[in-house]
Design a protein around this ligand. Structure first.
Ligand code: FE2
Length: 338
């Protein structure tokens, strides 16, 4: 292996906890480092990188020789995790695949804020890992805020213990209205055809039945779908409990010409959420946010079970790419957690 030297560095705003720094930052200062050297280093160090990303919540690789979607794909592939393809997911967002593993993070316009969430926690199929890479940093704004979900839950439980208990006992149920064709103007504009991987209404209904969803066809070929009760709190293998859901994103941000956030989320038994407690959760998520201000070439490894992410509004061109991976053991199947 050629020389590939890295060292941990500090950047402004990092948070320090008893056992971890959030996020950990590893810097490559060698301007001549090649992509094959970087990939070889990542492959060799993958177990450590992933273990530490779980402990810390996220790990930023800065200064690595990554400038294209293909380069990012190479780094993600070097972690040797099973790909979690976007086209098979039930994600609400419109995305465009750039390579087999890499797609645009969200095609929603710059003025659309995307609120904190665990990726795809509003569906029964979610990835363990989410990776982002910055191709072009926005002129202004466009940070990706990250929030430690275990820390948020601990603080929320101190302030709103009854709400956390209800979330744990009843779970959450999400409702959204999908268009017949992709609507890239919305942060949740993915069509029902693309979301469910079907062409016709009858096939959509079969898929929804399999997933145990409820549904209703609306005007203009729109489909309103409601999930079964999904967990709001999950206990990880290391004993930490996390606020694993899309409560904040659904409550604040599921808003477009078809969707009204006040109808997007309720408890699993259909009862309404305590909106004062939800506001506390939102406030805590902002207090705990680490805003990742992108530099072109950055790659971040996020454990989707530990850390929530969001997107700030921006101006200018911003290209942030994403990739997803599942855990080989698939140890977070929802039916084991409910
Ligand atoms: Fe996301």
């Amino acid at each position: 292996m050629n020389t590939f030297s890295i060292q941990p560095i500090n950047i402004p705003g990092q948070q320090h906890y008893a056992q971890s720094i959030f996020p950990q930052v590893i810097h490559c200062s060698d301007a001549d480092a090649s992509l094959p050297d970087a990939a070889q280093w990542v492959r060799k160090n993958a177990p450590r990188l992933l273990t530490e990303a779980t402990r810390d919540g996220a790990m930023l690789l800065r200064g690595f020789p990554v400038s294209t979607a293909e380069d990012f794909d190479t780094i993600v592939a070097a972690l040797e995790l099973p790909n979690f393809p976007y086209h098979k997911s039930l994600s609400n967002a419109v995305r465009i695949n750039r390579t087999e593993r890499v797609f645009s993070a969200n095609e929603a316009p710059p003025e659309v804020q995307i609120f904190f969430h665990h990726e795809m926690a509003q569906t029964p199929l979610f990835p363990r890992w989410i990776f982002f890479s910055c191709e072009i940093a926005a002129e202004q704004g466009g940070a990706t805020p990250l929030c430690r979900s275990d820390v948020l839950l601990e603080k929320l439980e101190m302030q709103c213990p009854a709400f956390v208990k209800t979330c744990e006992q009843k779970g959450l149920r999400y409702t959204n209205v999908m268009p017949g064709d992709n609507d890239a103007k919305s942060g949740m504009g993915r069509s029902w055809k693309s979301t469910l991987g079907v062409e016709h209404q009858a096939d959509a209904e079969n898929r929804l039945r399999e997933l145990n969803y409820k549904w209703e066809w609306l005007a203009n070929n729109c489909l309103k779908a409601t999930t079964p009760a999904l967990p709001a709190v999950i206990k990880l293998n290391d004993g930490r409990r996390v606020f694993f859901n899309q409560l904040i994103a659904a409550f604040c941000g599921w808003k477009d010409s078809r969707n009204d956030p006040s109808k997007a989320i309720c408890h699993g038994d259909g009862t309404p959420l305590d909106t004062d407690a939800v506001k506390v959760a939102i406030k805590l998520s902002e207090e705990l946010a680490f805003d990742l201000n992108w530099q072109a070439g950055d790659v971040v490894i996020v454990d989707n079970m530990v850390t929530m992410h969001a997107r700030r509004t921006f101006s200018g061109t911003r290209k942030v790419l994403a990739s997803l991976a599942s855990m080989e053991s698939n140890d977070f199947k929802l039916h084991d957690q409910a």
